[in-house]
Design a protein around this ligand. Structure first.
Ligand code: ZN
Length: 270
């Protein structure tokens, strides 16, 4: 954990300090080594929140894109069950940064618990996920030119298979460095947004800039997407006729999703 409590205040780990876990109130000790980001740890081996995963630099970088008072927020259900959300925005949207593998039932349990949430998934954890994803892009179908929207076959793509049935938006982070054999190159660091509940055989994805992901949640600004109409026209290519019901024309499915979830806040369980 980045934060624990000392005299009721949220404090970051410092060498030699001890503090109180905000979830179970046990005492936690500061771990301030050279290899991992400074953090608080329980004296036992396990964290009291079974959903907690050891933090990587990747987690910290993502959390630190948001204000400190949005980070590591404890959510409590009516049943008394408590979990630490990586980030919760001032509009109540939970952002979970997922590095390690998650079983399907665990993913579903967390989506049901938080409801109003999105996943940001580390696409670099498994060595083959990135090359598989980008090679699938080369044969993906362009479903819309603006914003650029691509349909990818799920078959043979482990990452998409793991996350494709998610009921909430998923954003894949493949790092900021383009590779020489990428079929698409973007000038700015991007995330691939997966449409919630894409059809079972095809994932529908829209690239957005990474910077605009933060701006969306912090300031409500729209995602920065890509318009490839001109490029397709120049190449004499119209977007392929979609083999599926097309996404609602001219509407951004993600913004629509959030408009819905923001409006549904009053119905939330928390
Ligand atoms: Zn604890």
């Amino acid at each position: 954990m980045k934060f624990a409590q000392i005299l009721g205040e949220r404090i970051e780990a410092h060498p030699g300090k001890s503090a109180t876990c905000p979830v179970c109130e046990a005492s936690v000790i500061a771990k301030c080594g050279e290899h991992r980001a400074w953090h608080w740890a329980h004296r036992g081996v396990r964290n009291c929140d079974p959903w907690w995963e050891p933090e990587t630099e990747w987690h910290r970088e993502w959390k630190n894109r948001f204000p400190a008072h949005w980070q590591e927020i404890i959510r409590r259900a009516d049943s008394g069950e408590k979990h630490i959300a990586d980030v919760m925005t001032d509009r109540g949207v939970v952002l979970e940064f997922q590095h390690s593998a998650l079983r399907r039932d665990e993913r579903e349990a967390r989506e049901a618990y938080y409801q109003n949430m999105v996943w940001v998934v580390d696409g670099l954890r498994r060595i083959r996920d990135r090359p598989h994803f980008f090679s699938a892009l080369g044969s993906g179908k362009i479903l819309a030119a603006n914003p650029m929207t691509i349909g990818l076959r799920v078959k043979g793509n482990a990452l998409i298979r793991d996350w494709g049935a998610s009921a909430v938006p998923v954003f894949f982070d493949f790092g900021d460095a383009a590779q020489p054999d990428d079929p698409l190159n973007f000038i700015k660091p991007i995330l691939w947004a997966l449409k919630p509940q894409s059809p079972s055989d095809m994932a529908i994805l829209t690239p957005i800039t990474k910077a605009s992901f933060g701006a969306f949640f912090a300031e409500g600004r729209p995602y920065e997407t890509f318009d490839v109409s001109a490029a397709l026209n120049r190449a004499g290519l119209a977007p392929a006729s979609p083999p599926l019901p097309p996404p609602p024309s001219g509407r951004d499915v993600l913004r629509e999703h959030f408009a819905r979830t923001f409006n549904a806040r009053a119905r939330r369980r928390f």
